[in-house]
Design a protein around this ligand. Structure first.
Ligand code: ZN
Length: 493
């Protein structure tokens, strides 16, 4: 099987297959309290310690909508250029499971708070959103304790928004790009940390394939994907599986409409439930909750809170600051990094140098246990400090290599660049008479190498640079050393 033009997959029989992919993304909102009660959720807390009569569904407890969750949801809709409904409704989605004490989940069915909008991919293709709705999260069932299933209701009632796309994507790459962009936007606007490891972003994919030019065929849903890698792998697997099934020519083997789960270890999807036992949720309006109204004041207040979004920033970094597309992508992938970068530039740091230092050295430091910072904002090196270091390397006061040593020390101690350079004696020697002296000393006794250089082998100069740098304890400016060596060898020739 091979992939030819965008999206088209050639099967064993030579048929050209078109994959059709849609995504449903659940995203936890970072509000202080849950969607309908005052419980303050935090990931990783002792099980069943963040609960109350409302989120454990005690008789008589009544839900009250958290206004902050509505505000976050509206901000997310605006960032995706979607339409916010002036009036929407909460419904009960009825099903029975141990992590859902009410026996229903409060969600939105026929009147979601948001419709339309979407995300443009780098290719220019626009992925349309069908809708976004608000709902509460369920608790967590834990099945890995022998025969027992344990239930943790801390997560029950945490606010979610579910973004549903049209089936506009035709490859795992497009789905991956869409999901990456969606995550970046939600992080930038501050509505969610979108941390898939903590389950604050979860993805279901719908996949079908059909021969080019023919109608769409049966779609299969793969649920509960919790990493970008698994989203990609499960889509690739489903495309291959479905094409292979159709190409047997035996209708009994054709894909059925069903829900599947991705087995990460085996790299395959497996049937979770088929159409016959699909849920009939019997949605009906929640009688405990009034209609949700959103007025122009709320919308404009949230619009005012939207920052410049990643796509716009990338374009500006390329056009105004001269960054390459790659560097602009690295600088904007997370908002805190982009803000850090912009501050370095604003206080005078050269943009290209700043992008290099951040991409190669500063971000790497985040994985260094000695540095002990989990985000760029926690580093002891602040944008001012990095700008100062960039200037010291830029004007030749210290070499780039010495600059790295300086940065290491700054990251560990929080000292300022100038102080570290002085304390470590890393200032480059630019005094030419001193450099000449080291060069003459290095040339003595190395006549063969000198002759080599004179014969036109400029690479041999490298063998002379080493002793000079050694004599200067690494402090000589290498460019000046090279120039001095060439000049002295020339003069003496
Ligand atoms: Zn509660």
């Amino acid at each position: 099987m091979s992939t030819a033009a965008a999206g088209v997959v050639s099967g064993q029989t030579g048929t050209r297959w078109i994959p059709v992919i849609g995504l449903e993304v659940h995203c936890q909102l970072d509000t202080r309290t849950k969607l309908f009660c005052g419980c303050e959720y935090s990931f990783g807390a002792e099980p069943n310690t963040i609960t109350c009569p409302v989120c454990t569904a005690q008789p008589g407890a009544l839900p009250v909508l958290n206004s902050a969750a509505l505000e976050y949801a509206v901000r997310a809709a605006l960032a995706l250029n979607a339409d916010v409904a002036p009036v929407s409704k909460f419904d009960r989605k009825n099903y029975f499971y141990c992590d859902l004490p009410k026996g229903y989940q409060i969600s939105q069915f026929d009147l979601p708070y948001c419709t339309g909008g979407g995300i443009q991919l780098a290719s220019g293709k626009f992925i349309r959103l069908t809708r976004i709705h608000m709902e509460e999260d369920a608790g967590k069932a834990i099945h890995d304790r022998g025969d027992a299933t344990l239930v943790d209701l801390n997560r029950a009632g945490v606010p979610l928004i579910e973004s549903v796309t049209e089936a506009d994507m035709c490859s795992a790459d497009e789905a991956h790009e869409y999901l990456t962009a969606l995550k970046e936007i939600f992080q930038y606007i501050g509505v969610s940390d979108c941390d898939m490891e903590k389950g604050s972003l979860r993805c279901d994919v719908n996949v079908s394939v059909h021969p080019e030019g023919e109608p769409w065929r049966t779609k299969v849903e793969v649920k509960n994907l919790n990493s970008f890698r698994n989203v990609r792998a499960s889509i690739q697997y489903e495309i291959a599986r479905q094409i292979e099934a159709y190409e047997t020519g035996d209708p009994a083997q054709y894909p059925e409409q069903e829900t599947r789960l991705f087995d990460v270890a085996a790299g395959v999807t497996r049937t979770m439930r088929s159409k016959e036992d699909a849920h009939d949720y019997r949605y009906f309006p929640d009688p405990d909750l009034p209609l949700v109204t959103v007025d122009a004041v709320l919308i404009e207040r949230q619009r005012g809170l939207l920052p410049e979004l990643p796509v716009a920033r990338r374009a500006r970094y390329e056009s105004e600051l001269g960054l390459s597309a790659y560097d602009a992508g690295v600088m904007t992938a997370a908002r805190d990094v982009a803000d850090f970068f912009e501050t370095v530039v604003r206080v005078g740091g050269d943009p290209k140098a700043a992008a290099n230092w951040i991409a190669n050295d500063v971000l790497r430091a985040l994985s260094d246990p000695d540095v002990a910072a989990s985000s760029i904002l926690e580093l002891l090196v602040k944008p001012n400090d990095l700008a100062e270091l960039i200037a010291l390397v830029g004007d030749g006061t210290v070499s780039k290599n010495a600059g790295r040593e300086v940065l290491d020390e700054m990251l560990r101690s929080g000292a300022r660049a100038k102080d570290v350079v002085q304390a470590m004696g890393l200032e480059q020697v630019q005094d030419t008479s001193q450099i000449d002296e080291w060069c003459r000393a290095a040339l003595a006794g190395r006549e063969a190498t000198v002759a080599d250089v004179r014969a036109g082998n400029l690479k041999a100069i490298g063998a002379l640079m080493g002793p000079v740098m050694q004599a200067s304890k690494g402090s000589a400016d290498p460019q000046l050393v090279r120039a001095a060596l060439l000049r002295i060898i020339g003069e003496e020739g």
